[in-house]
Design a protein around this ligand. Sequence first.
Ligand SMILES: [Fe+2]
Length: 602
Amino acid sequence: VILGVSISHCSSACLVDLDGTVVGVASEERFSRRKNESGFPEQAIRWLLGSVNPREITRVAFGARQWAAGLPRAAFRKSMVSDEARDRLGRNAFFMLLRGLEVMGLPLQRVSPEAEFRRLFRGLGLPEVGMEFVDHHLCHAASALYTSGLDEPLLVTVDGIGDGWCASVSVGGEAGIETTHRVDARGSPGYFYSFVTALCGFSPNRHEGKVTGLAAFGDPRSIPEMEEMLALDESGDDRSFLLRPPVEFGPVLVSRLPLFVWAYARWLASGKSHAELTEEVERLVARTIFRELLRKPRRREDLAACAQRILEERVSGFVAHYARRYAKRELALAGGVFANVKLNQRLFNLPEVDRIFIHPGMGDEGTALGAAYQVLAQVNPGFKRHPIRDVYLGPAYSEPEVEEALRRTGVKFWKVEDESALAEGAAARIAAGQVLGLFRGRMEYGPRALGARSVLADPRRREMHDRLNRKMRRSEFMPFAPVLPAEQAYDILDGKVKGSEHAAEFMTITYAVRPAWRARIPAVVHVDGTARPQLLRREVNPFYYGILRAFERRTGVPVLINTSFNMHEEPIVCTPQDALRAFAQGGVDAMVMERYVVEQGT
Ligand SMILES: [Fe+2]
């Protein structure tokens, strides 16, 4: 069995069998209850060790190479930039900053990662494992290839930064993955979008989705000076991204150095995570360097609209070029930039593309699984590949455990033995306007709740958007997403759908909604007439599907709002206790937990 580990943004761990079966995968944030937790995913690994004999774990695969190159002390809390990447990227603001701080003697002390990891694994009862460090973008590519079910797709990865790169192009098939092109992180489209996220007043590396939602409210051509901030270099045979102006970055940084040093010192003193330092630095870059590029203050709707259009155009140009070059009509994608559901719609609608798949854990949480697959492909090249069927790969809790948690809180609850009666009851509540929490089975892998830790509501009610935002204490510009039966996708969605159904099972792509349906399900349709559905097949989750059909019998509408079950800025709930805490805070009107039901005010 191979243990996959990612320790960067949203660190994660997974176990993959030698035949390619995923035993389990989860992000550390779900256990630590801190969003996008970074660092060694100790609690996730402990959970995994509950389902396997530690002796069976022969290898650990890491989702980046840079962690082999020298790691900072304090459980990897400090700089995670390798010497090689730093030398190559020496002129970039981030790396200049980190290097400058090291030169100034700030405590970015390095430890032998080998020894540090050994110590941690010993503590977990894994004294003898072999460790392999896999290139970060190769991990993203492997996560996409080995879960896509596609034979020989074009593999494209785009993110903020990983091992010094921001994008890669590979061809993959039976013989493994061959990376043919990589793009230096100095041109990072991921950073571009994060800077704009910060410019709009949101948290970079966290609220990018708000920018995507906000974009529909702005004018995508209103800020000409943004055009050059992210460019696609088409001068040679290859395509690269350019973040501009790269040369001015250095001098601007130097002039701002005290600010950066201050941010760094504050972080050191705070004991916060590495991710929070990155967020702070990105916010500073956005507020200083990026803002100066704008000739005057701009509405954030326009900033978002321009950034979204520019990202879509540049990344489409990049992907189309390589699709033509390698005569590939099937795409498999991973990397944080492909969390952008609008971008994915644009890519799918390229004339060069017939089929698209986006790995459900497209962000860095996916590199644990990617690393494990990549090592597996070397150890056992003949392993059976199959399309990922569902993301129910996290922890589950037995009925006695759920009942015990319910008892402890003292809420009144009851059990419904018959599952179809339970589904009928849930649908009746939703049709009556209640917001329903659904807590059943194994928690989802990846950023989306897809029916195991979900909140369901009535999409026919226009006011449900505001009501849900209030209840869940959120501020989303994008409407909530719908779940609908996969076999009805063509009735409800408009335009090109065929070839993207598998991707849409994981809510990774938007579509136009047929005009006749827009008025029927207003709470899930954006101002631009699009929606980001979860297509649900009965066999993937019969109970969840049963609620959907029961709702249809009552209302004639086979669609529900599905949003993640969490409280304000917290990760998605994991344990029954997490769910009950959210319930106590009034996030939902009623809750189905396994076969138990609770409701507010009883
Ligand atoms: Fe990444």
